[in-house]
Design a protein around this ligand. Structure first.
Ligand code: ZN
Length: 284
């Protein structure tokens, strides 16, 4: 149990989903792990480059997140999300993360392949898995681009050329959505699944209705990334708590928010049939 390589969860996921939730503050890591323990499921904690920028450095939030994972009663992996800097990849490897999403999706294709392949070689030497993205999934700069699509043949060529362990695909979602009206292209997911041997990852899942997320997993998505949805749950709880009290004790509103996020994580892990904890062995 406790901290496991991301690959251990991805490899055990046949017929199940790998749910990955973003950590912003320590309370998120605690809430996500508490939810996973309550559900008896494995989970991935993600730290994005944007989160690192917020904290001013990777080390404080990564060490806190790794410590929470190590103490967990279920398998928990720690992943770096949307890393555009090779320097941050190196820092993550040294700190002990289990996987990195290296995002060179803004680069021209040939440059994306070359940079990603180099990161894959570095990470594999350290036993760290790499996720990459092909077909930029919009929304990270407030620009939603649900029309972008990943081409199955290009995805197959890209996976072969880079050696990545997982591939984020553009199939109708957009990042940072606070409405659940993204329309997934399930036929495209199935076509990419048939063409690409590595697990597929859905970003921007917060904008997708829950029954469509289940359909996406059935069509071939293995890892589902959720960030904005939990932030909405967290913030709603804080807003309600502050409305009811004039306390200045931050624990009085962050504590209930942490509890609310844990309950939602537990519910989602069950609803989307996340990997059961017992299917992953204790690392040697
Ligand atoms: Zn993303």
């Amino acid at each position: 149990m406790a901290l496991v390589p991301t690959a251990a969860i991805l490899d055990a996921a046949a017929g199940h989903a790998v749910l990955a939730f973003n950590v912003v503050q320590l309370e998120h890591a605690q809430a996500i792990v508490a939810g996973a323990e309550a559900a008896g499921r494995a989970v991935v904690l993600q730290i994005s480059e944007n989160c690192v920028r917020y904290h001013g450095a990777l080390r404080p939030i990564a060490l806190a997140t790794l410590a929470v994972a190590e103490a967990a009663a279920v398998p928990v992996a720690v992943h770096l999300d949307h890393v555009e800097s090779e320097t941050l990849v190196t820092q993550g490897i040294r700190l002990g993360v289990g996987s990195v999403m290296f995002d060179a999706s803004r680069s021209p294709y040939a440059e994306n392949v070359a940079r990603t392949a180099a990161v894959v070689r570095q990470c594999h030497d350290a036993g760290v898995a790499v996720e990459a993205e092909l077909g930029e999934i919009g929304g990270k700069d407030g620009v939603h681009a649900p029309g972008v699509r990943t081409d199955p043949a290009e995805a197959a060529a890209y996976a072969a050329a880079t050696g990545v362990d997982a591939l984020a695909v553009a199939v109708g979602t957009s990042h940072a959505m606070v409405t659940k009206d993204a329309v997934l292209d399930l036929d495209l997911i199935a076509a990419i699944r048939a063409a690409v041997p590595v697990p597929l990852v859905l970003h921007g899942s917060s904008g997708v209705p829950e029954h469509d997320l289940a359909a996406a997993v059935a069509a071939g998505i293995r890892k589902v990334n959720i960030a904005t949805h939990l932030n909405a749950v967290f913030t709603a709880s804080v807003r309600a708590a502050l409305h009811e009290t004039s306390t200045v004790d931050t624990r009085k509103y962050l504590g209930p928010a942490r509890t609310a996020v844990a309950a939602e994580v537990s519910r989602l892990l069950g609803a989307l049939r996340a990997v059961p904890a017992q299917t992953i062995g204790t690392p040697a």
